[in-house]
Design a protein around this ligand. Structure first.
Ligand code: SF4
Length: 375
């Protein structure tokens, strides 16, 4: 049962300054964002970025969450997910809408990738849609497309108004769906859209102690699940991602409680997929994260370097955590819901009870799961 709930924190309210690249000054979208934000707007010379500190620094990362740069993406928007060939991947396609996020997860891999004193959002959405048009013309492959690779899909959607543009675009696409993945409860823009079942909304979930301590400025479990429930009422299908699963004192009770709350709040038949991924991180992340969050202890566990050069828990611990959480999910999940691992080896799949060869069918199983989920 969800108790009395505080209104969710608005991650966009963390933004204190907008920097507008002068070449975007005439963009209607940029102007609308500036008007909605109600914070000072500074104009940057074309291609310039806010002045940064002398060197990349943990302090700069925290400061950067107050600064949003509105600019043009001159590179490509659309590409396959940068999975590694050593682990089983799901053939995901990534739509790059901007970089960085005002929420602040201790484990966020972006701290190691994007060490900027600012976040960015690309306002040339016409170019984005044009690129998608060309990509759809080139193939009949069924695409699962996500915008949450370098940012959170919905954290500042109330500011950018991007989700209506994308949802409307996807509405009549016969061989693709859009997954909006978030840790916010920022769903207002989705509620009145005619999405035609081509967009799903997903939430990352964790044990509540992890969500409260290690996922700063995110929505609470009850706020995320309430938002998910509202989305089902509007015909959206759902996904959930237990990622990263973090070993901590009381982890079994923590994940059990979250799973119980999930299935007592949200109708199981509306869930297309649930992924599991244990904590993994580039070695470069640890010094940044520990400087910024010295009271976080989970980086002090024992790890091995995986085939993708990221730290991971020992295999025995991963299998123990996966088996336990999968067991709970299997008790509640609908038959059509695809349960899967993100970036794990075929051996781990089998050790956790999947039939031999099941992992290789993952892309097809996800497509099928989505088709079988009722609107
Ligand atoms: S919500 Fe996602 S993008 Fe934002 S800080 Fe957390 S992990 Fe990073």
């Amino acid at each position: 049962m969800l108790g009395a709930m505080k209104p969710p924190y608005d991650p966009a309210s963390h933004i204190r300054t907008i920097y507008l690249d002068e070449e975007c000054q005439d963009s209607a979208l940029a102007q609308a964002i500036c008007a909605r934000a109600n914070v000072p707007v500074k104009i940057l010379p074309a291609g310039a970025r806010p002045q940064r500190g002398a060197s990349p620094s943990p302090h700069g990362l925290s400061k950067g969450k107050h600064n949003l740069v509105l600019c043009t993406n001159r590179g490509s928007f659309f590409k396959p997910c940068p999975a590694t060939k050593e682990y089983r991947c799901c053939d995901y396609q990534v739509l790059n809408i901007g970089m960085g996020c005002p929420m602040d997860c201790v484990y966020c891999i972006l701290q190691a990738y994007l060490n900027n004193d600012w976040m960015s959002f690309f306002v040339n959405t016409d170019d984005l849609l044009q690129e998608l048009d060309l990509a759809f013309l080139r193939t009949n492959q069924f695409w699962r497309i996500g915008t949450g690779e370098f940012t959170d899909s919905l954290a500042i959607d109330n500011l950018t108004g991007l989700s209506p543009i994308l949802v409307n675009y996807m509405r009549d696409k016969s061989h693709g769906i859009l997954e909006l993945k978030t840790k916010s409860a920022n769903i207002q823009n989705l509620l009145d859209l005619d999405h035609n079942g081509k967009t799903m909304v997903s939430w990352s979930l964790n044990a509540t102690t992890i969500m409260a301590k290690e996922e700063i400025r995110t929505a609470s479990l009850s706020q995320r699940l309430s938002a998910a429930k509202i989305c089902t009422g509007k015909g959206y299908k759902l996904g959930f991602h237990f990622d990263p699963i973090i070993y901590h004192k009381g982890w079994k009770e923590g994940y059990k409680e979250t799973i119980k709350t999930l299935f007592t709040t949200v109708p199981a038949e509306k869930i297309s997929w649930i992924s599991l991924g244990a904590l993994r991180f580039l070695p470069a992340l640890k010094p940044f994260a520990l400087t910024r969050f010295p009271s976080s202890t989970f980086f002090h566990e024992e790890f091995i370097i995986g085939l993708d050069n990221k730290y991971r828990y020992f295999r025995s611990l991963r299998v123990e955590m996966y088996s336990y959480i999968l067991g709970l999910l299997r008790q509640h999940a609908a038959e059509h819901t695809c349960l899967y691992f993100c970036m794990e080896s075929d051996e781990i799949w089998q050790e956790c009870g999947f039939a031999p060869g099941e992992s290789s069918k993952l892309p097809d199983n996800l497509d099928l799961a989505f088709q079988r989920t009722p609107n």
